[in-house]
Design a binder for this molecule. Structure first.
Ligand code: FE2
Length: 239
């Protein structure tokens, strides 16, 4: 069995969540948390993968039919499980991680470039979350219909609509990770430095003009009332 096949865990379909933007919800061995990979078709018609997940061959063919993979973003040190398999498969792609995660990500793949420097030519706007420890950056992506998408990783979870099931799901709920769009209890402990600064940051993201979709790594993407959802999340963070 190849390294790729060993990495494939049960996952859902590649779903278009915006114009030239797709998401897949997958799983990870020994983790009850669902996780999302985002695929964005860049202005150069290549693909940027955010938080890579190894998919079965049928789904990978579908992904490859959308364009050539040019960039793979490993968004934080916690989301590097499938990075090596992607580097083996897409050796020509540029692999990027936030500078704060470079050391950990470089333990599994080579030639990691700083996310902070690497996406200007694709018209990506990077947001550094205020009020949080240095952990992840948020990507504002121009979509093919002129609207914008916002892609986050662990800074907000959105598991209320489709909570994980079984005993694992029970544990995740017990840990305070299941609820409407918000930072989790673990996130508050591990990442949060100033809740008002972070709440203001999330509120200000709602001012991004023509924001049509918000994707987070754990939980459903938001495509309706994104502005209201971000404002509501900012108030939950402030409590
Ligand atoms: Fe995560």
């Amino acid at each position: 069995m190849s390294r790729w096949d060993k990495q494939v865990c049960p996952h859902g379909p590649l779903e278009e969540i915006g114009a030239g933007l797709w998401q897949v919800t997958g799983s990870l061995k020994r983790s009850p948390l669902p996780r999302n990979m985002v695929v964005w078709r860049t202005p150069k018609k290549s693909l940027l993968i955010h938080s890579a997940i190894c998919l079965d061959e049928v789904s990978m063919k579908e992904l490859d039919s959308l364009g050539p993979v040019s960039h793979v973003v490993v968004p934080c040190e916690m989301h590097r499980a499938d990075a090596k398999a992607f580097q083996d498969r897409y050796s020509e792609a540029t692999f990027l991680a936030p500078a704060c995660a470079r050391e950990k990500v470089s333990q599994v793949i080579s030639g990691v470039e700083d996310l902070e420097e690497g996406l200007e030519d694709l018209n990506v706007t990077l947001h550094r979350p205020a009020g949080l420890k240095d952990f992840e950056l948020h990507l504002e992506l121009p979509l093919e219909d002129g609207s914008r998408a916002l892609v986050m990783t662990d800074a907000l979870f959105n598991l209320a609509g489709d909570p994980p099931k079984g005993f694992g799901g029970f544990l995740v709920k017990l840990l305070g990770s299941v609820g409407p769009l918000n930072i989790t209890k673990i996130g508050r402990r591990m990442l949060l430095e100033n809740k008002n600064d972070y709440a203001n940051y999330v509120r200000d993201l709602s001012k991004i003009s023509n924001l049509s979709v918000l994707s987070v790594a754990h939980g459903q993407c938001i495509r309706e009332d994104v502005v209201a959802e971000l404002i509501a999340a900012s108030e939950r963070i402030r409590k």
